[in-house]
Write a protein that binds this ligand. Structure first.
Ligand code: DX5
Ligand code: ZN
Length: 221
């Protein structure tokens, strides 16, 4: 899955929830690469969002990959529902799945891209032995649960570390960064080795979505 272009994955957590359909259409037309969908269960994180039925209803309104970020306990119990609803990538947290290796294999077994996410307090070492089983690593650069938080700079070391491990071991997972990514922090993420930038408020908080995404992409720096 490795490729040179920086991909932008707007997070609909920051979109106007009263008109998700229009927001998804607008951001797709504005040139987004993926649609990032934040699923929260009110247990793993102190916030609650949406589940498979909402994803299923949104699916026909964009041809972009749906990048589903499961911030839920025991994702193995419900991830098939997300696959069925139209997720293309399913990312689970290492902190939320005891038998992570099995969970990741099951995601791939459903024909989906498997991602694993690490919280700001979790080290890259914790996922070292599954790096050959995944399509992407999602580095949380804020504590998950809410949009609009400030970027935690230590995340850059983790992106660099992952990038180095990928090079050394010839892995081909993508490195995605999520939280506080904006025109000020995007360049450091890309320089550290990030391939995919998740951006909620930096895109949906802007008047012009295309312009906001252009300001996040490396060539415009
Ligand atoms: C946080 C979510 C993020 C969030 C990012 O728990 O995983 O995807 O929407 O929002 P911003 O870009 O506003 O920090
Ligand atoms: Zn997210």
């Amino acid at each position: 899955m490795n490729q040179p272009k920086t991909l932008i994955a707007p997070s609909i957590l920051a979109a106007d929830a009263s008109c998700f359909r229009e927001e998804i259409k607008r951001v797709t037309q504005a040139g987004a690469d993926w649609i990032h969908i934040d699923v929260m269960d009110g247990v793993f994180v102190p916030n609650l969002t949406f589940g498979p039925p909402v994803i299923k209803q949104l699916r026909p309104h964009s041809n972009l990959p749906f990048d589903v970020h499961l911030m839920i306990e025991k994702p193995e119990l419900s991830m098939a529902q997300y696959a069925e609803a139209g997720a293309d990538m399913i990312t689970v947290h290492v902190e939320a799945s005891v038998h992570l290796h099995r969970t990741l294999q099951a995601i791939r077994g459903m024909g989906k891209k498997a991602g694993v996410s690490i919280n700001p307090s979790t080290s890259v070492e914790s996922i070292r032995y599954v790096l050959g089983e995944i399509d992407l690593v999602l580095v949380m650069s804020v504590n998950p649960g809410f949009g609009g938080q400030s970027f935690i700079a230590e995340s850059l070391n983790k992106i660099e570390h992952l990038s180095e491990l990928r090079r050394q071991h010839h892995h081909d997972f993508l490195i995605e960064v999520d939280g506080g990514v904006n025109a000020q922090t995007a360049k450091a993420c890309v320089d550290a080795g990030a391939d995919v930038l998740v951006a909620g408020s930096a895109v949906f908080g802007a008047v012009d979505y295309a312009e906001a995404m252009a300001s996040l992409r490396a060539p415009t720096f």
